[in-house]
Design a protein around this ligand. Sequence first.
Ligand SMILES: *[C@@H]1O[C@H](CO)[C@@H](O)[C@H](O)[C@H]1NC(C)=O
Ligand SMILES: *[C@@H]1O[C@H](CO)[C@@H](O)[C@H](O)[C@H]1NC(C)=O
Ligand SMILES: *[C@@H]1O[C@H](CO)[C@@H](O)[C@H](O)[C@H]1NC(C)=O
Length: 564
Amino acid sequence: MKHQLGLVFFLGCAVCIAVVQPTSISELLINTPLGQIKGSVIHSRLGKQIFSFRGIRYAKPPINELRFKPPVRVEKWEGLLDATKDGPLCPQPSTEPVSEDCLSLNVYTTKLPTEGEKPKRPVIVYIPPGGFYSLGGSSAWAGPNYLLDEEVVLVTITFRVGSLGFLSLGDKEAPGNNGLKDQVEALNWVKQNIEAFGGDPNSVTLLGYGTGAWSVVLHMVSPMSQGLFHKAAALSGSPTGAWPLPTNQLELAKKQARLVGCPDDSAANIIKCLRTKPYNELGESLPKFKEFGTDPILIWSPVIEQDFGQPRFLPAHPIQLITNGQFRKIPFITGQTKDEFSNIAFNVIHNQTLTKHMNEEFEKIAPIAFLYERETDFSKTVSKTLKTYYLNDKPVDNTQLAKLTQLYSDALTGFGVNRAVKLFAEYSNSSVYYYQFNYQGRYSHFYTPESNNTVPYGIVHHDDLIYLFYIKLFPLFTETSPQEIEMVTKLTKMYANFAKTGNPIPTPSEQLDNVKWEPFNLNDQKYMDIGNKLTMFNKLNNERYSEWEKLYPLSMYQKNKHSH
Ligand SMILES: *[C@@H]1O[C@H](CO)[C@@H](O)[C@H](O)[C@H]1NC(C)=O
Ligand SMILES: *[C@@H]1O[C@H](CO)[C@@H](O)[C@H](O)[C@H]1NC(C)=O
Ligand SMILES: *[C@@H]1O[C@H](CO)[C@@H](O)[C@H](O)[C@H]1NC(C)=O
């Protein structure tokens, strides 16, 4: 992480930026309300200068006595903050640098304020995916090279994950949600400081992917996030599906304790001992939480926080808060990729051990794989219903690959996202937009194994991110990749439009296939199919999702009723 350099540069640098040349990147210095920052210059896909400020601390290091505590606001620093490198990821198994001192964000902009001009561009704050146990906002995973050809300011954030971010013991010491409270602190930082980077603190769009999209929906209902953002995009995820948001994860904490040699007999002893363990031991214990191949894909979870007198991030189930009208009524986009989790289905079906296990103990494995409550009578009902509906009551084998793909995708993404779009369409007075990402490109996060990474297997979770961010796993698309560039242009244009106006296509244009993106409403349920061409359709996977709606009726979430 960055430390104070003790050097003081007396330069009127909000002004000198305007004349900075690419050859003098060492001179990129700006003044913020918290102190002076040194950045670097990189280039967008189209060759614009991007002023890049990486690894900026937005909260105090959550180490020593601050481990397992909510984030603490960062103070002003003396001298110059070197923001020319990414901060580390939070502790997790990774080949990239990790550190417990990981609460940082990156800011990218192409126009800095000068004495005469304050650009006040719309700000997109990206909340990265990673299951609440991995990844982060570093430039390797969220490069700005595509989005910054649009006139927006991009902020990417890194927040605590795994037990260090989500330990929840059901007591005052660890009521939970610290990783989400980190995100709130990052949003506070944006509000206070983004004008110094040419951003408009009154036009902030949250854009999250996967569990980052879960986070976006949670910010929409959280009392802590009030006033910190103005538009929301939740890509491929929402906490409004079958996953039972618990009030604590004491059992998981006990498992974490045992895995690192701590006593698990009481909440007090667990946290006392976990505070003494090196962060790497906690981060690297993650694979031991997997119970069935790579499942469950979600382990550490947001919790409905009980009231111990602390500021609560999530006081009730998001469905309850939305249906009570307790949420931000702001423009909202959500949707998913066509095949989402076909990769997990593929891996299960091509692994005899896993297939056999799933077939022999479907009732036990299904809630682990498909993320719903375990062991109860209701759980058994859900398993039975899903097995009948998706698998025709037949064993899982290679004839069932398409069906198992649907089941994984609907369970882990599709149902929750569809329910979110329906809830917001019903209870919000702002426009709600729905999509399916249906572009089968040359690149993917999953290829058929026998093709030596040349034939994508479906359009899986994260595949749309390839066109929104420069991700180091893939080439940087230039003129030599015309197909990819077409999608890069469309996606970056639509999200930038949304950040500016709250509408992804305010005016149809040739570049966006002359299509109007009509808002979703409950009658015709329109969605944009983002494929080779942009096309509006109705009622995405309607029959499939109604099966889930029958299992999880909204009445289940009403106050004072038994809640799953
Ligand atoms: C099948 O899955 C099991 C359990 O996750 C794993 O240990 C094994 O390595 C897998 N086999 C193959 C061939 O991938
Ligand atoms: C939605 O309703 C709120 C009041 O409940 C109002 O402040 C807001 O302007 C409305 N938004 C739109 C887009 O109509
Ligand atoms: C797989 O692709 C890599 C890189 O494209 C290449 O070096 C390698 O020879 C290929 N292997 C096979 C078995 O085709």
